[in-house]
Ligand binder design. Structure first.
Ligand code: UD1
Ligand code: UDP
Length: 438
């Protein structure tokens, strides 16, 4: 079996790294394709060194451009590599343009697509990431989702539960694996020489940093935060627009704000672990904060990571200046609230996600499921029905008893549940698809 990994940006390198390690450990053949979307040393190469990854076999070198041009160049480059390398499966991760390009090209070449972190939805199609995730999931064959809630998003889009694997998120594997190493090697805290509490901030989401009004509101809030030092490793996109909108010097002059270049992963783990609070609009940092037990404020009005909010570790504050400062003050003044946020249960698994994903890929390969063929059953011969169950029977027993029936969604009262094989169906309502032969 041969796996092609597609990566392009900082979070993809980090979140794919535990999978690459696991593939190495199992002696599986693989190629690593870097689109080159992130190219600065501190946005790309630094992570290969920190995570001890071997250099990519291919770098498409796309660089920065408009969405259309960037995606098109990536697609052209990825297609050439896939035609030459003929992998059994292409793995994409998350929601960047590389995910869209990689999944689309592979699907058209009839190469199986595995989407790591599939199924997340913000339900906001103005976000480039939402389009990328949704299009990628149309092209995906194996869906590796972090939580049951995410799996249910996919069930409601008509994805078969047989293709969905609830695995947790590789971000936890990466955190657990690297935190110990980081605590021995990172010098970041002594280099920063900060007395007192710190708050770490990251900010790069297009809807915040490309919008002068939203960016100004966020900057105004940061200037008003008192009582701790804000450490801000600034993404290059943000540095560019802060300068363009005349806001950069305001942050630079503020004595309680320390703007620095983006730091490496090991340093960032230590910075987060030593922070009283995180403020971010990052996807990955919402997940890392709850993994590291650091309360998080998210500078967005929605999140495709609702589990973090429901668990109590993350609060959405948008880009409203007053809401940001008020929430920081409230959390810092209320020890009980602060402690509850710190103790929020991590919904993203126990650090074994990469093993679970590779087990699922290996199984699919062994069962011939990575060969993409026309389906046996086609539209028109599928009947969907709702059944109220009074029999004491599990999902797998129901499917054994009723050949060609697939339990898609289970309703326990009003609540949808993922149809895990051992789930008891008595007293529940099930949405079933019946597959008929012509
Ligand atoms: C991309 C992803 C976003 C992800 C983020 C992770 C898309 C659509 N966006 O956003 O989902 O959260 O990566 O960080 O795929 N730049 C540099 N050096 C670099 C890279 C970028 O200076 O190495 C600057 C360029 O001015 C570029 C801008 O940052 O125009 C934006 O970069 P781009 O790759 O388009 O998007 P990100 O904001 O990084
Ligand atoms: N990160 C890092 N150095 C930094 C800022 C972030 O190593 O200076 C890491 C962070 O630990 C997380 C990832 O980058 O794993 C998040 O990437 P980003 O916020 O750029 O993208 P997103 O997750 O929003 O797609």
């Amino acid at each position: 079996m041969k796996i092609a990994f597609i990566i392009g940006t900082r979070p993809e390198i980090i979140k794919m790294s535990p999978l690459i390690d696991e593939v190495d450990k199992r002696g599986i053949d693989y190629i690593l394709i870097h689109t080159g979307q992130h190219y600065d040393y501190e946005m790309s190469q630094q992570f290969f060194l920190d995570l001890e990854l071997s250099q990519p076999h291919y770098n498409i070198g796309v660089g920065s451009d408009s969405h259309g041009k960037q995606t098109a160049v990536m697609m052209e480059g990825i297609e050439k590599v896939l035609l030459r390398e003929k992998p059994d499966i292409v793995l994409v991760q998350g929601d960047t343009n590389a995910v869209l390009a990689g999944a689309l090209v592979a699907a058209k070449l009839h190469i199986a697509v595995g989407h790591v972190e599939a199924g997340l939805r913000s339900y906001d199609k103005t976000m480039p990431e939402e389009i990328n995730r949704m299009v990628a999931d149309v092209c995906t064959n194996l869906f590796f989702v972090p939580t049951e809630e995410t799996a249910i998003n996919l069930l409601f889009e008509g994805i078969s539960p047989e293709d969905i694997f609830i695995t947790g998120n590789t971000v936890v594997d990466a955190c657990y694996r690297n935190l110990k190493i980081a605590s021995k090697t990172s010098q970041i805290m002594s280099q920063l020489k900060i007395d007192g509490d710190i708050l770490s901030l990251t900010l790069h989401r297009a809807e915040n940093v490309d919008d002068p009004e939203r960016l100004e509101n966020i900057v105004e809030a940061l200037l008003k935060i008192v009582g701790l030092t804000i450490v801000f490793p600034a993404h290059p996109r943000t540095v560019k627009t802060l300068k363009e909108f005349g806001l950069y010097s305001k942050l630079e002059k503020a004595p309680h704000i320390m703007m620095i270049k983006p730091v490496g992963y090991l340093d960032f783990l230590i910075l987060q672990s030593n922070s009283k609070l995180m403020i971010t609009d990052s996807g990955g940092i919402q997940e890392e904060a709850i993994t590291l037990n650091i309360p998080c404020l998210t500078l967005r009005y929605n999140t495709e990571r609702p589990e973090t909010v429901e668990a109590g570790g993350n609060i959405l504050v948008g880009s409203d200046s007053e809401k940001i400062t008020d929430t920081v003050s409230t959390i810092l003044a209320d020890q009980g609230l602060y402690q509850r946020m710190k103790e929020a249960t991590n919904p993203y698994g126990d650090g074994t996600t990469s093993q679970q994903i590779l087990d699922a890929i290996q199984n699919a390969h062994d069962q011939g499921k990575l060969e993409i063929k026309p389906p046996k059953y086609i539209a028109g011969k599928r009947a969907n029905k709702l059944l109220v169950m009074d029999e004491k029977i599990t999902v797998s027993q129901f499917q054994e008893k009723n050949p060609n029936h697939l339990v898609n969604i289970v309703f326990n009262g009003n609540d949808p549940e993922f149809p895990k094989p051992n789930l008891l169906l008595k007293g529940k309502t099930i949405l079933v698809t019946q597959l008929n032969d012509f």
